[in-house]
Design a binder for this molecule. Sequence first.
Ligand code: PLP
Length: 391
Amino acid sequence: MPARKRGQRHLGEQGDGDLSVARAAGSYLFDTRGKRYVDFVMGWCVGNFGWGDAELERRIERFRGPDYVYPDYRYRPWEELATLLARLAPGDLTKCFRATGGSEAVELAIQAAMLHTKRHAFVSLEDSYHGNTFGAMSVAGSEYREKFPRLLPNCHKIRLPLDEDALDRIETRLERRDVAAFIMEPVSINLGVCVPQPGFMEGLRALCTRYRTLLILDEVACGFGRTGRIFATEHFDIEPDIMCVAKAISGGVAGMGAMLATAAVGETMEAKGEFYSTYGWHPRSTDVAIASIRRIMRDKRKLLAQVAATSDYFRERIGGIEFGSKLTLNMLGLAIGLHFEEDEYGDALADRCRSNGLLVASQSSDVLLLPALNIDRRTASRGLDILEQSV
Ligand SMILES: Cc1ncc(COP(=O)(O)O)c(C=O)c1O
């Protein structure tokens, strides 16, 4: 999978800034002129259960808790949510830190890694995206350094593909024993759905353990069922030291993020970290996230079976479309990356899709489809028909 040239391209940058949203329902979005779009972006992995999900809406309407809780106090629902997340997460991530979103969760992860290892270097993937705060930009693609030359120093980037050769390059860097953490999305949505080659993640985990470097997995976009497992990490035989979540945790109904860590890392963070967050885990966000996580736990089998079946359907339909440029399809579950040989083909295709009533994300030669995990077959088919008409 070729590297993306820039970080994640947001809707505003791709000429969609004039899409004025009036309302959204299920997998449909309506603009202020009444035009209806099939939504294959879903807020970039936020609306995993569709917009206006009845269970989450009901929950927020019926919320009778406090307007606000000062972060230094105790609040039982915080403990409940932290326990649920720890239960759902892979491995032994028993400590949970509150954040308002993905970038803040990544900042907490960077901080925890530095404090726990007493080291300051990081290794990550070239062209990756982890948010717009300074720590997150430091470990993302090198292009951020062109704009902000004084980001965190000693951040080394590994180029794709994620294979044996990449492991050798990583080992060369980790051998210096100054790397606090290796950070990556286990399945990188922001790199056009980059799935590491077999053995890579296990090899990476072994190297991190050998050189006492922490492994941070950023599940902000790929978490909560997107790739066909609850967390993308579960496709591999590994356990991270730290995991970041946000986006679909609350289905978009309220802002929320979290950093999960092993007991050892969490204890260091509790003793030495800076994690006060005024709006981190607002009571309403907490309530809706509890409902969302409980539902994922309750319906896990059904949800993942649905992702698998819908994924097969997308694969088959995409395979039957004759695009105007040679296609490489990178997909896992409902994380679907279409890479085209021709530069700008993805952007042009996305523009035509939008005119025809379908929203997809694009960047230059790439198109991403990130439909709701529970999209019904009729709507999926309608969206794919529009994609086909738009080539
Ligand atoms: C992998 C990843 N990490 C972190 C972030 C930052 O999340 P937020 O926008 O909630 O700060 C994003 C946002 O797109 C992301 O895709």
